[in-house]
Structure formats: C-alpha cells, structure tokens
Design a protein. Structure first.
Length: 364
C-alpha cells in the first residue's frame, strides 16, 4: 500500500512538471508574437525584388523619415561614416537654403516651376516618392528602382534597357501628367530627392556620351545639334572635324544660348543647370544626393524614403563615382579663360547651391 501511494505521488509530481513546462512554452510564444518587430525582415535581400507588405503607404510620413536616427546599410557593405549621414544631409539642405536666400545669386538659383520642371519629376504614388531627373549622374539606375517600386517589373533584371527611358511603357508617370491640385498635394506631402555632380565633370560626361560615343538610337545629337553649334560657335570655319569640346563650351557659355536651346528642344536636359531642371529653391526637397558619395547616399536615400526593406540600389562599379580632377583639367586645358569664365558664370548657381568648389584652373 505504501509503495502504491508513493508511485501515485510521483506521477502527480511528474504531471505537474509537464503542466508547468507547457504553460511556460505558451507564455513564451505569446510574448514573442506580441513584441516581435513588425518591420523586421530577412537579412538576405535580393537586389530590387519587391516584398509583399501590407499597407506600405501608411508608413510614409515625410516628417518622420527625412532624418532617420539609426542608419543601417541595405543589400551590401559600403564605406563612409554612417552615423554622420543624417548630419551631412542636413548640412547640404541648410547650404541650399542659405544660397537660395542670397539675393546676389537670385537669377542663378531661382526658376519657375514650369512644365519643363514638372516633366523632369517622376512619380511613385505607391510609396509617395518624387524623383527629379538630372541626366549624367546615374539617373538610369534610380529610374529602374522606381519602375520596380511602381510594379511594372518585379526586378531590375527584367527591365529591358530600351524600356527604361520609354515613358509610354515603363509605368513611370511624370508629375506634369497630374492636375494642378494633385501636383501641389504631391509636392507638399511626398518624399522628394535628386542627385547632383560636379557641374563641369557632368558637362564633360554629356559631351562624351552625346557627341563622341553617340549611341545609334540618338542620331540627332551628331547630325542635327552638333552642326548647329559648329555653325554658330566654331572660330575656324574651314575645319571639317566633328564637334569639339571647345565649341560645346563656347555654346554653353553664350548668354544668348537660349535661341539654340529652343531649336534643340528637350534634348538639352543633358547639359542645362540643376536649377533649370529641378527648381531646388522653389521645391522643398527631402534629400539631395551627390554622385561623388553615391555609395553612401544611395542606401541613405532608400532608408530616408522608407523603402530600404523593399529594394537595394544596384551595385556601383569601383571608382566610377570618384571626381576625376585630371580629366576635367585635361578637357579644359586648351580652352580660353574667357570662355571658361563665361561657362562658370552660367553654372555658378549649381556650384554654390550644392557646395562644389570653383575650379582651380579658373583661379590661376
């Protein structure tokens, strides 16, 4: 009888232990579900693959996302002091505001928000983002990012190259396609950004791309625009060679360049000023990235826009964003100081607004 009673107590004790363990497991599961970070995502992210997220729009509050307190890399390792990123971008915006208030530079820093400007701004309504296109600073990659976010393609690899700049097929609307009230609403509420680059290096890139390499699908630069510039600005009319950088600089620095610009139409977007393209003193941008620091700026922009968990900026080849001082000096070495000064006078607003130094060869 005593043995039976002892076994009975042992079974009761064992059952109680199992019950306690079971309750602990239930409580632990409840705590995990309750306090799990709703924004936690897998550490492994495939480039530019959208992840299904419920009501993404609700997290895009412009006042909260401009300056994230904690910045983490997205998709890859990259250089730079990440802790300093928010401060750096605030300093850039503060410089912009100060130069915009400089009355001496008003003619070089201000422009109307015209249809020309609105045509440059691409819209991602799904994630409340506006991107102003400034050609020759890596804009193709940003357009691919927005095309994927807009849902036209599920990954960057699926986007045919001929579709990226075909705005009838890429699912990327321009801000000019909306009504005045809808434009105003988006300008007031959406996250807005664009990218800049040393103005003179950008002009060299535009010249090389459009007049030297000249892709087959853009014949008008070589066969229509170049002859127009040569007829007006080449000093030695007996020369038969194609457009030279000296001709290009003389055209751009001419205070009366606009009469040719009208004839060239929207093709001029590759070399007009950032002011004319994006109206930075009239539109309150959230972030202004620099091509020279794009390895750090690109993931920061994705984080600030609240989309870093959805998409990664494509890998940047080593050295491609570094400012090439030697190249710039070589291109300008055979050009008269007068022509360089006239060119700088036109682009001075871009230099001052975005913190680029006046070239040393202009000061000598």
């Amino acid at each position: 009888w005593l043995v039976s009673d002892n076994m009975h107590h042992q079974w009761l004790l064992l059952a109680a232990c199992f019950w306690v363990i079971f309750m602990f497991m239930v409580a632990s599961k409840f705590i995990t579900l309750t306090f799990k970070d709703p924004d936690g995502y897998s550490a492994k992210q495939e480039p530019l693959i959208l992840t299904a997220v419920t009501k993404v729009e609700e997290v895009h509050v412009p006042e909260r996302k401009h300056w994230p307190e904690v910045f983490q890399p997205t998709g890859r390792a990259f250089s730079g002091n990440l802790i300093r990123q928010p401060l750096l971008h605030m300093e850039r915006l503060e410089l912009l505001r100060n130069v915009c208030r400089d009355t001496a530079l008003r003619n070089l820093s201000h422009t109307a928000i015209s249809k020309f400007v609105l045509d440059r701004i691409f819209v991602c309504d799904k994630h409340k983002i506006l991107f102003c296109q400034t050609p020759k600073v890596g804009n193709t990659q940003w357009k691919k990012v927005l095309i994927v976010l807009n849902g036209a393609f599920s990954s960057i690899e699926e986007i045919p190259e001929n579709i990226v700049h075909d705005h009838e097929k890429n699912g990327l609307p321009r801000l000019s396609s909306f009504s005045d009230s809808e434009i105003k609403k988006r300008l007031n509420l959406y996250f807005k950004f664009f990218i800049v680059r040393d103005p003179f290096e950008r002009l060299i890139s535009a010249f090389k791309d459009k007049f030297v390499h000249n892709p087959r699908f853009e014949p008008w630069y070589r066969h229509e625009i170049a002859p127009g510039i040569i007829r007006k600005y080449r000093k030695n009319r007996t020369e038969t060679k194609g457009l030279q950088f000296e001709d290009f600089v003389r055209y751009l620095g001419d205070p009366n360049h606009r009469w040719l610009d009208v004839q060239f139409g929207d093709h001029i977007i590759h070399w007009v000023t950032y002011v004319e393209l994006c109206a930075p003193c009239e539109i309150t941008y959230s972030v202004i990235g620099h091509h020279e620091t794009l390895e750090d700026d690109a993931p920061y922009i994705l984080k600030a826009a609240g989309i870093d968990h959805l998409v990664s900026y494509p890998t940047i080849p080593p050295g491609i964003t570094v400012y090439n001082r030697t190249k710039v000096e070589r291109y300008f070495s055979g050009i008269s100081k007068r022509d360089i000064r006239r060119l700088y006078a036109r682009f001075e607003g871009d230099f001052k607004l975005f913190g680029y130094r006046e070239p040393d060869f202009l000061l000598n």
